[in-house]
Ligand binder design. Structure first.
Ligand code: ZN
Ligand code: ZN
Length: 209
């Protein structure tokens, strides 16, 4: 909803801008350039279990789509994030924790190779990732990913969750990266963001070649 509203505002703004340019031409005043939107910084926050080369891989891929990416020093899981059986970390607790320590102008993506869960079909449903929509934080896990392109899949999970933080809900387009995984690894079918999802991200400063 917010996204729709934002798009509507953006369209309105460009419409106003156009007529303003015409007026300026009449008055022979050079049109002023539109103000540049400040990009938020995407901070990659590895947890201590995550191998450095996996963190670097995600950062490297992300930098091709987004200019402001930093990598934070690895941290321990928050104390309260283990589930009752102490087998998995609760993704909900992790993103709440990450959000609380995210400064204005930043958004944080946590990376772990450990198993994470949320409450969905069962109270402790294992997931590949979770993110606020919209919000300041998300988490991606490589635990449920297999195959020789495991890291490529992790990157897809990461940008899916980042997409949520940018306000993108799940998308009905089959091969769109915002398609709901519904508990399955169908990441090989998901090629890229669809046109509609892409346009929202482009508005937020992402670039796609
Ligand atoms: Zn999702
Ligand atoms: Zn889409």
């Amino acid at each position: 909803m917010k996204t729709l509203l934002y798009l509507a505002i953006a369209i309105l703004f460009s419409a106003c801008n156009q007529s303003h340019n015409k007026d300026s031409a009449k008055n022979s005043n050079p049109p002023s350039p539109p103000p540049k939107k400040k990009l938020v910084v995407i901070a990659i926050q590895p947890f201590v279990d995550m191998p450095k080369e996996n963190v670097d891989y995600v950062a490297q891929c992300l930098k091709k789509m987004y200019a402001n990416v930093i990598i934070n020093k690895p941290i321990e899981f928050p104390k309260n994030s283990l589930n009752q059986a102490k087998t998995r970390h609760r993704a909900d607790s992790i993103i709440k924790f990450l959000s609380a320590q995210t400064k204005p102008g930043y958004l944080t993506i946590g990376l772990t190779k450990g198993d994470i869960s949320t409450t969905k079909n069962t109270p402790d449903w294992g997931v590949m990732g979770l993110g606020y929509c919209p919000g300041k934080s998300c988490i991606a896990s490589s635990f449920r990913l297999h195959g020789k392109n495991k890291m490529e899949k992790l990157f897809k999970v990461a940008i899916h969750e980042l997409g949520h933080t940018q306000g993108l809900p799940h998308c009905s387009v089959n091969d769109c990266l915002m398609h709901d995984a519904e508990g399955k690894d169908r990441l090989d079918q998901e090629k890229e963001f669809c046109k509609k999802c892409k346009s929202v991200l482009i508005n937020a400063g992402w670039t796609f070649n």
